[in-house]
Design a protein around this ligand. Sequence first.
Ligand code: DAT
Ligand code: MG
Length: 151
Amino acid sequence: MSGERTFLMLKPDAVQRGLIGEIIKRFEQKGFKLVAMKMTKETEDHLKQHYIDLAGKGFYAGLVKYMSSHPVVAMVWQGKGVVKTARKMMGETNPADSNPGTIRGDFCVEVGRNIIHGSDSVESANTEIKLWFKESEICDWTPSSEPYVYE
Ligand code: DAT
Ligand code: MG
């Protein structure tokens, strides 16, 4: 069992469109372990920090405003290779480039409404998990299915 963790967030568009369960289902079915989850509406400052690497982009202000104006579902998922695999399951940043079968490929059309965020490296995952969750909000548990997912 791997201790690798990633930060996934269901964006306002996923929440408003009633896709929370559909998206979470995919990560559960894959065999990854949910270790933290909350619905939350964060401040502009919090979202500015979350997207700090994009601060020079023209869409930054609009992105921060949009993401801080509605509730999102923030989660931490754990498992072997979860950072890279979750990105594959999400598809490309632009849904138009995302293959069918991926979350963005199946459920969205435009880059500004691509319904899910996922950390792009183990390093950024650790930074993002710290930004969104207190240590006490993360639940260390062992699913009874673990020996049937990992040999
Ligand atoms: P990703 O979410 O795939 O990691 P990113 O980190 O480059 O992509 O960008 C973060 C979010 O910013 C992305 O999910 C949607 C928005 N975004 C990215 N490029 C954009 C663009 N050209 N126009 C509008 N929004 C964009
Ligand atoms: Mg990114």
